[in-house]
Design a protein around this ligand. Sequence first.
Ligand SMILES: *[C@@H]1O[C@H](CO)[C@@H](O)[C@H](O)[C@H]1NC(C)=O
Ligand SMILES: *[C@@H]1O[C@H](CO)[C@@H](O)[C@H](O)[C@H]1NC(C)=O
Ligand SMILES: *[C@@H]1O[C@H](CO)[C@@H](O)[C@H](O)[C@H]1NC(C)=O
Ligand SMILES: *[C@@H]1O[C@H](CO)[C@@H](O)[C@H](O)[C@H]1NC(C)=O
Length: 559
Amino acid sequence: MDTLLTPSILLLLFSTFVWSGFLEYDQDVLIPDDWTRAGRVDPSEELELTFALKQQNVDVLEEKLRLVSDPDSAQYGKYLSLEEVSSLVRPSEVTHKAVRHWLHSHGITNCRSVCTRDFLQCTMTAEVAEMLLPGSRFQRYVRDGRTIVRSSAPYSVHDDIHQHLDFVGGLHRLPPKGQDQVRKDPGGGGGVHMGVTPAVLRQRYNLTKADVGTSQSNSQAVAQFLEQYYHPADLVEFMIMYGGSFQHRSQVDRVVGTQGGGRAGIEASLDIEYIMSTGANISTWVFTNPGRHESQEPFLQWMVLLSNMSDLPWVHTISYGDDEDSLSTAYMMRINTEFMKAGVRGISLLFASGDSGASCRHLGKENTFRPSFPASSPYVTTVGGTSFKNPFKVTYEVTDYISGGGFSNVFKMPDYQVGAVESYLKSVAATLPPRSYFNSSGRAYPDMAALSDNYWVVSNRVPVPWVSGTSASTPVVGGILSLINDRRLLKGLPALGFLNPRLYKLKGQALFDVTEGCHLGCLDEQVQGKGFCAVPSWDPVTGWGTPNYPALLAALQAE
Ligand SMILES: *[C@@H]1O[C@H](CO)[C@@H](O)[C@H](O)[C@H]1NC(C)=O
Ligand SMILES: *[C@@H]1O[C@H](CO)[C@@H](O)[C@H](O)[C@H]1NC(C)=O
Ligand SMILES: *[C@@H]1O[C@H](CO)[C@@H](O)[C@H](O)[C@H]1NC(C)=O
Ligand SMILES: *[C@@H]1O[C@H](CO)[C@@H](O)[C@H](O)[C@H]1NC(C)=O
């Protein structure tokens, strides 16, 4: 008996200990091979850390989001201001006092807060940070000439503070590597290469010359967290080359963040050039690498910024994601709450679904699919990718095999999609991958899709062909939603806000259903490289399909 009990008691003690000291006990702290360690950070060096304070009324916020996003609710479109969000979720006085006291007792006084008072950003030396957060060890890492500071070991916090914080940002989570966006010439160099341009997209999605923004109060944004920048001159050149057939803008109205020098990146040029081609003549902002410290997490910085800006564009598209299994649950839960905070304000957040299909995780001999976050959040709209059936013609669309999709292991399936996902699971039951590969009770994504293959992009003044990925389809959908917002705003209606509850009620009406092709999965005997396959109606490869603008406008411009 004793010998049987001892290990389990130890385990129990150990897990109690883990729960009380470490906020992010399940955070992956391994540094990927492509980063090189460049030594310990000098104790006197300054770091900036972000403290995510425990919020109040998160359940009320969630219910509020459900009501303002459900077209059948009397509260539909009755969005909250940032001030109102703040009075709902801001941390209690007890939490504030406890955290401030803890920081002060370590001599940390240089902190900035946000309007919602649920984040604190503080600067301190590495020496103080390591005392404040026992376990942490700050190192410098280098990749492609960029350096960052992260902790090589997990951090803990004092027991008195544990209940007042969700996590501390700036210790883990390295910026994911940008995708290699240029695919090889699929035609072997021979045939006429057409490729996707604004004219092709506008033709496919039925946008006429008159379908451009006209509302003064409309705006849209792309957020990017890459080590690369868009160049204003590339956008001008792109519009000269490809913008001839529709009224457009050739300038970004506002850049928030640090727009560094250096060469332009293809990915950085891509989102801006294409959101401004479907969301034509609409004021456009770019959020780029917010944060200046080597210790900051750019994506988190952007989230913090949203809680401190009362006037924001209505639509944001973001091509950013990480494996769910590499992130702590506490972090994902909190970021998900941040998405709710944006949603109740009427802001639409669109995330690329990823470029590795269902993706694959190798666990010993077992393989499973590998969901990606934030694509797997129930409170964002996730966009997958398609190709033309005939790559040289504007034909119907089929699955782009890279299109990210699958089922979350962290977030349970939200009510708005239960019907759609269950009928998918039922209709393809005989041909589904084995259940051990995915979690059929999780949030399923993507929600919709658009072309993601064979784009022309102007980068460093040169047109580049064969640019691909869901980072192309996401701004295309974003621009189209912005156009619909434009018409709604002109009619005095509220913006679309968090779209999914309304999108799923359309049951695919007003979208081009994608019914052919499968995306990538695990390269093993069981699934042989495949993930899921597109079928009629919703599927976890292309969602409900791609936008037919006039039909979607008609469906979404009613109150
Ligand atoms: C938020 O905005 C206020 C007022 O503009 C500013 O004082 C504060 O430093 C900002 N917070 C952060 C974290 O940047
Ligand atoms: C939109 O495009 C499709 C296919 O390109 C076409 O069949 C349809 O007639 C077009 N117009 C509308 C209003 O849906
Ligand atoms: C472009 O948008 C502006 C408002 O931002 C509007 O005044 C103008 O009429 C629009 N152009 C067209 C062709 O609709
Ligand atoms: C499956 O997803 C649910 C949430 O929907 C989660 O609670 C559960 O732990 C997941 N299972 C696995 C094996 O990850």
